[in-house]
Design a protein around this ligand. Structure first.
Ligand SMILES: Nc1ncnc2c1ncn2[C@@H]1O[C@H](COP(=O)(O)OP(=O)(O)OP(=O)(O)O)[C@@H](O)[C@H]1O
Length: 337
């Protein structure tokens, strides 16, 4: 059933891959939503399932071994998993757009920048080629590319990484989508360009009233951009709240550890805190109990046996950890003593 006000609703999503004849879940029971005009940051270390989730939303999982086997992804109330490829093509780029970490892999190296932006516009409208080219040039100007009349005739390799990411953003916003999914959009860029690209995404989000789902492992980016934060660990949501509470009152030991690993100004390089261990791979995922148990400083014996469920510790703040007693719907979770 569709919730009021949600643009995107991910409901009990299970996505997995066939690996050596067995099916392993990379996403196991993920639920959260994105409201119109909201910036939701999905955060977690490498291997937590952030990209698999965005590929699930876009219905772009590798066909040979990946599939959604349970749950729903509703966009404006419509379950995307039930749509045909043709229907999904009508939504991708028009209603939901995506920008990737490395624009070079998303841009076609043998086609000019102008041709590639024109294509997006032509796919979703019946305007003339001349009008489309005018719009492409304007879009490049909107994303801060001043020589846009020349750039339309150039190829991706002739541009810097930052410029290529601006081109990707121009393509993504060409049809004014209601939702932009940005998967680590600044990771491949140097720090100054990162800041400019984030500022640009924020400005466009404000100007166009677009919702953004921003995937990142960088909590600095989260602090800068997010209204709400979804913390993922090993294919599950472990904590979800508004950005202030995530930074000032983190509940889950994993969120606390992520925050603790942000370098501080007065810290020496050899004192940097890192989270010991790594995210388990799909074939090594614990069969029961908490998936963070082996790395958790607060682990208790029962954490290996009991699967923690999401508990609401405060309105709109949910945590998946046995430290917080499960609550009944509408009741606040208690901290276990
Ligand atoms: N095509 C695939 N076949 C098998 N396993 C896969 C495939 N794609 C992803 N996985 C596995 O799914 C898990 C989640 O991967 P995912 O790429 O979503 O992580 P992530 O959080 O986005 O990490 P990163 O920030 O490094 O991209 C990982 O264990 C990964 O190895």
């Amino acid at each position: 059933m569709s919730k009021q006000n949600a643009l995107l609703e991910i409901d009990n999503l299970h996505t997995g891959f066939n690996i050596d004849g067995d099916f392993h879940h990379a996403i196991k029971g993920v639920s959260f939503d994105v409201k119109p005009k909201e910036v939701v940051c999905v955060v977690g270390e490498s291997g937590c399932g952030k990209s698999v989730m965005s590929l699930s939303i876009m219905q772009l999982l590798p066909k040979h071994n990946g599939k959604i086997d349970k749950g729903e992804i509703r966009f404006n109330g419509q379950n995307l998993a039930e749509l045909s490829e043709k229907q999904m093509n009508g939504i991708r780029g028009k209603d939901i757009s995506m920008i990737f970490q490395e624009p070079m892999t998303a841009l076609n190296p043998v086609l000019t920048i102008g041709f590639q932006i024109d294509e997006v516009l032509l796919n979703h409208s019946k305007t003339s080629k001349e009008q489309v080219r005018k719009k492409s040039i304007q879009l490049l100007k909107d994303v801060g590319i001043s020589r846009s009349e020349q750039i339309v005739h150039e190829y991706p390799h002739q541009l810097s990484g930052g410029m290529r990411q601006r081109v990707m953003i121009a393509m993504a916003i060409a049809c004014e989508p209601a939702l932009l999914i940005a998967d680590e959009p600044t990771t491949a860029l140097d720090v100054t360009v990162q800041a400019q690209i984030l500022e640009l995404i924020k400005k466009i989000q404000d100007d166009k009233g677009m919702a953004v789902m921003l995937i990142t492992h960088d909590l600095g980016v989260v602090a800068e951009m997010a209204d709400r934060v979804v913390v993922m660990y090993a294919g599950q949501v472990v904590e979800q709240s508004d950005v202030d509470r995530i930074f000032h009152d983190p509940k889950h030991p994993y969120t606390q550890a992520l925050l603790g690993s942000i370098p501080k100004m007065d810290e020496k390089a050899d004192e940097l805190n890192t989270i010991k261990g790594i995210v388990p791979t799909l074939t090594k995922m614990p069969k029961q109990g908490c998936r963070f148990v082996d790395r958790c400083p607060a682990a208790m014996p029962e954490c290996k046996q009991i699967d923690p469920q999401l508990a609401e510790t405060d309105k709109g703040h949910t945590v998946r950890c046995l430290l917080y007693k499960e609550s009944q719907p509408g009741e606040k979770a208690e901290v276990r003593t």
